[in-house]
Write a protein that binds this ligand. Structure first.
Ligand code: 3H9
Length: 712
């Protein structure tokens, strides 16, 4: 075999390039950034493969990609548009039926349609650092190009079920062990010649190369009852997601139907999902997340600040979680806490959290040790002098925070970024405590900070845009989703949460029970209802806040005064049996609510789930439009990202703003006006911004009617 590469052709703007390595054709696709399998790639690839298949001089084909990854899937932006030939399924059938063996040589992140393409090839190799998977459920879809059939054939139905339903990836070692790939190749210069040697050896071997469709052994040997048990468990955990239900059905079909029948049912299920509301919502979230991450991407790289070392002030729950988030990403962290006892307690909590991860099997003991060692405790702020970034996470109190910032101003390097972890406070005011307001911003982490994906990055009036760019990049390293927000009370998330909560007690007074409210929320798709959530967090937190402001809240204050502080006292809006977190209805609470209604002469009535959702969610949408009007965020989709990643708004509804648009903003306005008329509460008054947006949406939908209205 000649190791001299010969360029055979280049086509379609250089998307596909073929070189010969001896008798083997190396077909390399280059469609940055992630080699998505859009129409131009499919067309060029199909033509090239057709020609190579007919070329007698070619003994086999090695399919690979240039750039950072093997195909990362179908082109998501094409979904919902008219289908253009060749389809991905046709291309895969062409590969599978090719007279020449086709080997997929993978690197990076072969995902979705990319991995499906590899499974239609006759052989698969991957570099050691490759991560492969079928994450379509995250887009409200199922694999639609044979993945739900070929993956079970390769790795067995139960393993395939878990991988598809959970959208997880496998690394090369696991994939080799599971049977998904045939070998591992080095990622350096030897990549292609190793692939050629591999295919050559397999062609010379006495055993035939059998395409995946002919390898039914794992299907026939599968334990069907274990499969059903796993399917039931996965279905229960993902209530409400159409894609997950369809994915379970599709993998089951691979087990019970012929290859062709299973492919046909997969195709029908995929086509229905692509047209579904849920998938439209999840695709919206995919692009919204990427748009939110781009904050500051226009800033010249020279201005960016590189962050290598981090300081955290305050070793409480938030400070500890933030320190862990940085250590998990490999940053050395100085955790400063002036109170020695609090520092010790904070460090012990961090160690305990890592130990829990080790005992659950989600982290190795060595890795936990390595991360823990990255967090060094310090009894004073002076130890933060060398840090590139400092996160203050002390008590949520303006005077205390300003005092810490004044101190940090005298200690930190002149170019250090100073950030405050605050949920509500005015970051502009905090910045005035320093002589370098351009270096100050807010970072609102969500608890537990080492787990939750969202960070609201609070841009103060004087924050340097180059610093925002650096923080967006940092968030990516922390595996967080950043959303840049302007300064206002509660920023995006907590400000809208207040609007959502405002009418909650009225619902109880008028006739709803905490269970009914919580059930309406969980049926909507929230992981937990608001009363369950308060019991979990502890009712005393907001009680203390109310008392400090001289405020009161009906029912909630009564519960706290009776020592019902939530799960920690075994009683709150619900009662809990010893050692259990299961909320149980409690007559004491129901009586307390009924007497509160009676004392206000309110005649209790039946409250529907629909009313509960409208009266809690529409005020929140109203507030979202005010937030947009004040330019706290530039895009409505940023608000959706805050709610999906910070508060558990169901992804498959696309976030509150997307969901409201799908309801029709004019409908939202009309229902708010209705509830305002019924209750007399100003909280339901539609904002000018919402009314305007509803008018614009209507004009877009029905231009004739809008024009007629303007003229009338
Ligand atoms: C599928 O395959 C269906 C089939 O089963 C059946 C068909 C019949 N398409 O995330 P990044 C863009 S469904 C179009 O910032 P990273 C992305 O928008 C698909 N565009 O990079 C961004 O654009 P921009 C199954 C895509 O390094 C840019 O690439 N596959 C696609 O952090 C960079 O993305 C998936 O679900 C795509 N498939 O992460 C994989 N993928 O710069 C989805 C990315 O304009 N993708 N873009 O904002 C990912 O998970 C990550 O992008 C990946 C890279 C891990 C690949």
């Amino acid at each position: 075999m000649s190791t001299e590469a010969r360029l055979v052709d280049g086509r379609e703007d250089g998307v596909v390039e073929t070189t010969m390595l001896g008798q083997f054709a190396i077909v390399s696709v280059n469609n940055p950034p992630v080699n998505a399998l859009g129409q131009s790639v499919r067309a060029a690839l199909s033509t090239t493969l057709g020609e190579l298949d007919a070329d007698e001089a070619v003994a086999g084909i090695i399919l690979t990609c240039a750039g950072r990854t093997f195909f990362a899937g179908a082109d998501i932006a094409e979904f919902g548009l008219p289908a253009l030939a060749p389809s991905l399924r046709d291309l895969l059938a062409q590969i599978e039926n090719s007279a020449k063996p086709v080997l997929a040589a993978m690197h990076g992140t072969p995902l979705g349609g990319g991995l499906e393409l590899a499974m239609a090839c006759h052989l698969r190799l991957a570099t050691l650092d490759t991560k492969m998977g079928l994450p379509e459920v995250k887009l409200g879809l199922i694999p639609g190009a044979g993945g739900t059939v070929r993956l079970p054939y390769l790795i067995g139905p139960e393993a395939a079920l878990r991988m598809i339903v959970q959208g997880t990836t496998m690394d090369a070692d696991e994939a080799l062990e599971a049977g998904l790939i045939d070998g591992i190749v080095s990622s350096g210069a030897g990549f292609l010649s190793e692939a050629v040697t591999f295919i050559q050896t397999r062609l010379l071997a006495p055993t035939r190369i059998v395409p995946v469709r002919g390898r039914r052994q794992k299907i026939e040997q599968a334990d069907r009852s274990a499969f059903e048990t796993a399917a039931i468990a996965l279905a229960t955990r993902s209530k409400g997601s159409e894609a997950i239900a369809a994915a379970i059905g599709a993998v089951r079909n691979a087990l019970f139907l012929s290859f062709e029948e299973a492919l046909a049912t997969e195709r029908a299920a995929f086509d229905a999902l692509v047209a579904s509301e849920q998938s439209a919502a999840q695709r919206h979230i995919f692009f919204a997340e990427r748009a939110a991450r781009k904050a500051g991407s226009g800033v010249a790289p020279a201005l960016r600040t590189e962050i290598r070392s981090v300081g955290v002030v305050g070793a409480g729950t938030m400070g500890g979680g933030i320190a862990m988030a940085f250590a998990n990403a490999g940053f050395p962290v100085v955790l400063a806490e002036v109170n020695a006892e609090a520092l010790e307690r904070g460090h012990a909590n961090i160690a305990r959290n890592y130990a829990t991860s080790v005992s659950r099997g989600s982290l190795s003991a060595e890795e936990a040790q390595r991360r823990l060692a990255l967090i060094q405790g310090a009894p004073n702020l002076a130890s933060l002098a060398h840090c590139d970034l400092i996160v203050e996470a002390v008590f949520e109190d303006m005077a205390i925070k300003k005092a810490v910032f004044a101190q940090l101003d005298g200690i930190a390097r002149p170019d250090a970024i100073l950030t405050t972890n605050t949920s509500y406070l005015d970051v502009n005011e905090i910045a005035t405590a320093t002589t370098r307001p351009a270096n100050v911003l807010g970072l609102h982490f969500f608890s537990p900070a080492n787990v939750m994906k969202l960070v609201e990055v609070v841009r103060a009036d004087k924050t340097d845009p180059a610093i925002l760019a650096a923080i967006s990049e940092l968030a990516r390293r922390l595996d967080k989703v950043p959303v840049v927000v302007g300064v206002c009370h509660g920023f995006v998330g907590n400000r809208m949460l207040e609007a959502r909560s405002a009418g909650m007690m009225d619902l109880l007074l008028e006739g709803a029970t905490p269970e009914q409210v919580d059930r309406a929320f969980t049926d909507f798709g929230w992981p937990m209802g608001p009363f369950q959530m308060q019991d979990l967090a502890g009712l005393d937190i907001s009680w203390r806040k109310r008392k400090s402001r001289g405020e009161s809240l009906i029912i909630a204050d009564d519960l706290c005064e009776r020592g019902r502080l939530g799960q920690k006292t075994g009683k709150g809006y619900y009662r809990y049996e010893d050692g259990s977190r299961k909320p149980l209805s409690d007559d004491v609470v129901l009586d307390l609510i009924a007497s509160a209604s009676q004392a206000r002469n309110i005649v209790r009535r039946e409250i529907s789930a629909e009313e509960i959702i409208e009266r809690t969610h529409y005020p929140m949408i109203n507030e979202g439009h005010r937030i947009l009007g004040e330019a706290i965020v530039p895009r409505s989709s940023d608000i959706d990202i805050v709610w999906v990643y910070g508060y558990g708004f169901p992804q498959y509804k696309g976030g509150p703003m997307f969901w409201a648009e799908r309801q029709g903003l004019d409908h939202v306005v009309a229902r708010l006006e209705h509830w305002r008329a019924v209750t007399g509460q100003p909280a339901y008054l539609p904002s000018a911004e919402l009314v305007q947006a509803a008018g614009l949406a209507e004009a877009e939908r029905r231009p004739d009617k809008a024009v007629a209205q303007v003229h009338s």
